[in-house]
Design a protein around this ligand. Structure first.
Ligand code: NAD
Ligand code: ZN
Length: 259
């Protein structure tokens, strides 16, 4: 039987890497928000087990905005009610201590910003805002959600158009250019890549940790289930982000890194 490399699942080893980092990057996915009550896409309990990914595609939205909002209504309510959990808070602490330069997230829930992380790069936008594709007007998602009971599809308060879309990147849409290039720059220059709660299955976002690895940064993968990049990681921590990330942060502080 092949024995795992010593320390590959060690919290202490991960903590030493975190404590020594001065420009680390956290790369987060839906799993970090699972304990805030937001459903992941893939994995156990994931949305795609019961709903077609097509409902989050730009073609589905454009073909029938009313049908889109019928599906998105409940998800929007959950999104707006979600609060940051202990994992989001732990990343705020690691930034404050000087170990993390930025959080690069695939999430559209805005929870890193609400938690108080200062440097957040949202690769897939932010679903707490809604944009009118006809006139460019932006308004809070809560306002649009509030109109849904009387108005389906919701109409733009400025131009009356029906193409009101959450400011999140849908399947079939391009990633935001500036955020994407900033994420890859940070990955290429980081001294630690800390992946939290991502299946690492969605491209090009999943390329971000690969770029860091190829540039020589150690990789820590904290996830509930195996990922395709586990073999590349220096340490793999298997479990819940809301439990493991605060533990890791405490252990890193005890190891003496940061301020
Ligand atoms: P994903 O659903 O593909 O994978 C989530 C991973 O998190 C799974 O591997 C799962 O095992 C793991 N996980 C579940 N609960 C966890 C927990 N409590 N602690 C640690 N790990 C846990 O999500 P992804 O990798 O972010 O996929 C990318 C796509 O998902 C993006 O397009 C992103 O925009 C979208 N997405 C975002 C949100 C959000 O904003 N919170 C929610 C669903 C999907
Ligand atoms: Zn408009």
């Amino acid at each position: 039987m092949v024995q795992p490399e010593p320390g590959r699942t060690s919290l202490a080893r991960a903590a030493a890497l975190v404590a020594g980092a001065r420009r680390g990057v956290a790369f987060t996915g839906a799993g970090i928000s699972q304990e805030s009550g937001i459903q992941t896409y893939r994995g156990q309990g994931g949305l795609w087990n019961t709903t077609s990914p097509r409902t989050s595609s730009i073609d589905f939205f454009l073909a029938d905005p009313a049908a889109y909002w019928e599906v998105a209504r409940e998800r929007g309510t959950t999104l707006l009610a979600a609060r940051p959990n202990a994992a989001h808070q732990a990343l705020v602490e690691l930034e404050r201590r000087g170990n993390l330069a930025a959080v690069v997230t695939q999430n559209v829930d805005g929870l890193h910003l609400i938690a108080g992380s200062a440097a957040v790069i949202e690769l897939h936008g932010n679903g707490r805002e809604v944009v009118c594709l006809d006139c460019g007007n932006r308004e809070p998602r809560s306002q649009v959600q509030g109109r849904l009971p009387e108005e389906l599809p919701p109409r733009c308060p400025r131009c009356g158009g029906i193409h009101l879309k959450p400011a999140a990147v849908f399947f079939g849409e391009a990633m935001p250019v500036e955020a994407t290039s900033r994420a890859f720059d940070l990955a290429g220059e980081c001294d630690l890549m800390l992946v939290v709660g991502s299946s690492l299955a969605v491209y090009p976002a999943a390329q971000v940790p690969l770029v860091a690895h190829d540039a020589g940064a150690p990789l820590i993968i904290l996830n509930a289930e195996p990922t395709p990049f586990d073999d590349l990681a220096t340490v793999v921590l298997r479990g819940r982000a809301g439990e493991l990330l605060p533990e890791l942060t405490r252990a890193a502080a005890a190891a003496g890194g940061g301020s």
